[in-house]
Design a protein around this ligand. Structure first.
Ligand SMILES: [Zn+2]
Length: 86
């Protein structure tokens, strides 16, 4: 079973919103653009997907620094509260 299916079987709820091209973005934030940058069916050496979006798209966590000038940045936050107790 996949890790996601294992988590769901244990009672976790998946509230994530899949990212998709053109999905709603917060007003004033960059639009969500997902598409092929390079395509093997069009002569490309590989299939390469390009993503362009604001960090406040879909399911995400806003660190305190998002609203507080002296707030904590996401990389400085403790991850323990966000994950499965271990
Ligand atoms: Zn946000």
């Amino acid at each position: 079973m996949s890790p996601r299916k294992d988590a769901l079987a244990e009672g976790w709820l998946d509230v994530s919103v899949p990212l998709r091209d053109g999905m709603p973005a917060w007003p004033g934030n960059p639009p969500v653009e997902i598409g092929r940058h390079e395509d093997m069916s069009k002569g490309g050496d590989a299939n390469v997907t390009a993503l362009s979006l604001g960090a406040h798209t879909g399911t995400h966590v806003d660190a305190p620094v998002h609203f507080l000038a002296d707030g904590v940045a996401i990389e400085a936050m403790d991850l323990q509260p966000w994950g499965k107790p271990g």
